[in-house]
Design a protein around this ligand. Structure first.
Ligand code: NAD
Ligand code: MG
Length: 385
């Protein structure tokens, strides 16, 4: 029987990588749903390539285009009718949407899928308490796809978290790891978009340059694996060969390494062809003999200090942090602010006194999270950037 699969955010970097893997093994899979925000041309192309009948496109222009394009396709503009679109429980869903908009689709689709692989780190960071409740209720298996978390998940392999002494995630350090501190003020957008090891969407590429991505990934690891912040550390490792290290209480230290290619965690999260051979390079002794693992230079990457002020229990403050960063990274991508101001403003807004009370408040539902996101955006606009 073919495995039934849904891909949310299929037109992005992660979504396209998954489609590349699946199209080589078409006989094994039936794609029951593809979704995107704006890129209707790519979505339409994908639907033809893989013979997919159900499409969700949230942008109005794209929705109108696809609606007129073909009567044979079922086109939807939101994720509310998943119950009708998906008959019974499908085998696997990948959530590859970027941003907090991915949370509601995650929550809606959990009851309709046996496995949910989540690349969309924003939903894990802001809505983990809501996600875990749904996973348990619907007996849905969760697989993290962010490379460090996929590595940690593989190394832990279902073992009790009490056996963990320390988790380490690596950071390539982005394009500025070797840049002298005095040159940071002159960084241009084009410099920040040149990631040395990973090929990713624009938003996460900027977060990797500022190292905000690692702040998010520490929160992500704390949520997924249920270990306190003090047991999670970041190590810079420019070659991105090692992704995670775990020191267990029994004295064993396990390291997971693979080429910096997201197709590796993505393929290994798939049912059925997870164990299929993947064409990769042979063991790279040159890198292994020169791993170059270091702690983060917080003078160059001050956003890492934000980790010191985070509440141990999941709270609405994480939504504030994600929203502040999201808004400012978009301003940076639009060249409305420079790199120096990006860092300054992330720091300034995240320390705003009014936001601190949310460190003690937990989201009761997804509306709490989206309402707060709107409020934070409104507040940032009213203060001015
Ligand atoms: P991307 O920008 O390349 O693609 C994003 C996808 O989400 C697109 O298909 C887009 O149409 C869709 N989308 C955007 N806004 C949407 C909305 N409002 N509603 C519905 N769909 C929407 O992003 P990406 O680099 O593929 O990253 C996707 C997620 O995976 C992010 O959360 C990112 O942090 C995480 N991630 C990515 C990588 C990577 O290598 N790209 C690695 C680790 C984690
Ligand atoms: Mg990562």
């Amino acid at each position: 029987m073919k495995k039934k699969i849904a891909i949310l955010g299929s037109t992005g970097s992660i979504g396209k990588s998954l489609i590349d893997i699946i199209k080589k093994d078409k006989k094994k899979f039936e794609i029951v749903l593809l979704t995107a925000n704006k890129n209707y041309k790519e979505l339409y192309k994908q639907s033809k390539l893989l013979n997919v009948k159900n499409l969700i496109i949230t942008d109005t222009k794209g929705y109108n285009f696809l609606k007129n394009k073909s009567k044979k396709l079922n086109i939807h503009s939101d994720y509310k009718k998943l119950n009708k679109i998906l008959k019974g429980k499908i085998d696997y869903t990948m959530n590859a949407i970027v941003g907090l908009d991915g949370l509601e689709p995650t929550l809606n689709i959990i009851q309709k899928t046996k496995i949910i692989a989540i690349a969309n780190k924003e939903s894990i960071i802001c809505g983990w308490n809501l996600i875990i409740k749904k996973l348990k209720k619907n007996k849905t298996k969760f697989i993290p796809v962010d490379s460090e978390h996929f590595s940690l998940w593989s190394l832990i392999n279902g073992q009790d978290k009490k056996k963990i002494d320390k988790l380490y995630i690596t950071a390539s350090g982005g394009p500025f790891i070797n840049l002298p501190k005095k040159k940071f003020d002159k960084i241009k957008l084009s410099d920040a978009l040149k990631h040395p090891t990973w090929n990713m969407g624009q938003k996460i590429t900027i977060d990797s340059a500022t190292l905000m991505n690692k702040v998010f990934e520490v929160i992500e690891a704390k949520n997924i694996f249920g270990v306190p912040y003090k047991k999670i550390s970041i190590l810079t490792h420019p070659k991105s060969y090692i992704h995670a290290i775990i020191k267990f209480n029994n004295g064993l230290i396990k390291i997971l390494l693979h080429d910096p290619d997201m197709k590796i965690p993505i393929q290994n999260s798939l049912p059925d062809i997870g164990n299929k051979n993947i064409k990769t390079k042979s063991l790279n002794l040159k890198i292994l003999n020169n791993l170059n693992l270091n702690t983060v230079d917080v003078k160059k990457f001050p956003l890492i200090n934000l980790l010191d002020k985070l509440p141990e229990k999941s709270s609405l403050y994480e939504t504030i942090l994600i929203t502040i960063n999201d808004n400012l990274v978009h301003k940076f991508l639009e060249k409305k602010i420079n790199y120096k101001r990006l860092i300054y403003l992330i720091n300034k807004f995240s320390k705003l006194r009014e936001f601190q009370k949310y460190k003690k408040i937990k989201a009761k539902n997804v509306k709490d999270i989206y309402r707060l996101r709107n409020y934070v955006s409104f507040k940032m606009n009213s203060i001015g950037i």
